[in-house]
Design a protein around this ligand. Structure first.
Ligand code: ATP
Length: 367
């Protein structure tokens, strides 16, 4: 009988609860025991009451609930071997031999590191007398499966991450509300959106709300006088009769010399050069919250079903898989490769190779 632990880690994302629900319920129908690990890797390191066997009814009503009801955390101890040793001990004492991790690239890197150290961790626990020879033989293999829960949509190897669509809806609702007041007063608004080093939320929000200008990390403005270019665009739109100006800035936006482009700076430009009554709105954590959109509930559910299937068909030598989506099909690709590609985007940006960054991020938006 497979005993599967499920945890959510890193920043919360709408749809994480739908993941846990589907893992619990599909796992049960497949004859597995499912354990929720509370507070991300911290719960794995601490063990005890943080690891709880889940029943069918325990996840009732979770589909529509935002955030993650089993909690998430940034856990420093898991970044140390000592912490991972403790985590391994807690897995074994609960009889868990597979882990489904729903989180961002950091969480999935952690999962991969954990598996790569197995069965070395086991051997160390045996030597210190914490696990028996029998347990050592029984838990020779640890299966890890990754699900990408992140509002940023910053993971390579998948078209869309769980939570990103809900977040985009929230951003669009907010920009629409701002647009009403912008129109009424003929104002300009500079809206800063989340996404860390990824511009997907900003770019898509720009398209969906008809923003005048968008700043994203993967494609900084190429002109030296980009401030003037932006003003010209805004003014052209005004001359066409538009009474509002909306500029969307990704939180990781940069210029071509890798200097941060901040919303306040853009506000000053619009005020000084165009004389527009300009306000800055930082949407902040409202972008993460609330009930997941139908798309995220469905995505999380079908990907989590696939995650349980991936656990059941895993072999000792197969690489840990990442469940993703490509061309509307659920995919199962090597987790480490996806993490490497994701890091390659940051690397390309730091080398000012923006075309490569765009291509790695999303081929359809490449030059
Ligand atoms: P988000 O994209 O929302 O920020 P994330 O999963 O990338 O999510 P991180 O804070 O990077 O968030 O990682 C979450 C946790 O994963 C960390 O607190 C740590 O416990 C674990 N983790 C991250 N990187 C590693 C690593 N290299 N080795 C071991 N554990 C790691």
């Amino acid at each position: 009988k497979k005993k599967i632990g499920v945890l959510t880690s890193g920043g919360d994302a709408p749809g994480m609860n739908a993941c846990v629900r589907a893992v619990v319920r599909y796992g049960i129908t497949k004859g597995c025991d499912i354990f929720a690990i509370y507070e991300g890797y911290q719960g794995l390191v601490d063990g005890g009451s943080f690891i709880k066997k889940m029943e069918w009814k325990d996840v009732r009503g979770w589909l529509a609930v935002g955030g993650t009801s089993i909690g998430t955390a940034r856990c420093m101890p898991f970044k140390t071997r000592e912490g991972r040793l403790q985590a391994a001990n807690n897995l074994i004492s609960n009889g868990i031999d597979a882990l489904i991790v729903c989180g961002g690239d950091g969480s999935l890197t952690g999962a991969d590191v954990f598996r790569s150290e197995w069965p070395g961790l086991l051997k160390e626990l045996k030597e210190s007398g914490k696990v028996s020879q029998e347990e050592c033989d029984k838990y020779q293999h640890l299966t890890i499966v990754g699900l990408v829960g992140s509002i940023d949509n910053d993971m390579s190897s998948t078209d869309i991450t769980i939570g990103a669509v809900t977040s985009l809806h929230r951003i669009c609702e907010s920009v629409d509300s701002i647009s009403s007041t912008a129109l009424s007063h003929s104002r300009a608004f500079v809206v800063e959106v989340m996404g860390r080093h990824c511009g997907w939320l900003a770019l898509m929000a720009g398209i969906a709300t008809g923003a005048d200008f968008v700043f994203i990390p993967e494609r900084p403005p190429s002109e030296d006088d980009w401030e003037q270019v932006m003003c010209d665009v805004a003014q052209r739109h005004r001359h066409l009769g538009k009474r509002k100006t909306v500029i969307i800035v990704a939180e990781g936006a940069i210029d071509k010399n890798l200097n941060a482009i901040k919303a306040e700076y853009i506000k000053d430009i619009l005020t000084d050069k165009l004389g527009l009554d300009t306000r800055v709105t930082t949407l902040g954590h409202t972008q993460r919250g609330g009930s997941p959109a139908a798309y995220d509930r469905i995505l999380a559910t079908i990907q989590s079903v696939e995650a349980v299937e991936a656990v059941l068909r895993a072999t000792p030598d197969s690489p840990s898989p990442l469940i993703g989506t490509s061309n509307n099909q659920i995919t199962c690709r090597p987790l480490m490769k996806a993490v490497e590609l994701t890091h390659a985007v940051a690397e390309a940006i730091s080398q000012k190779n923006f075309a490569r960054a765009m291509e790695l991020r999303d081929p359809q938006f490449a030059d």
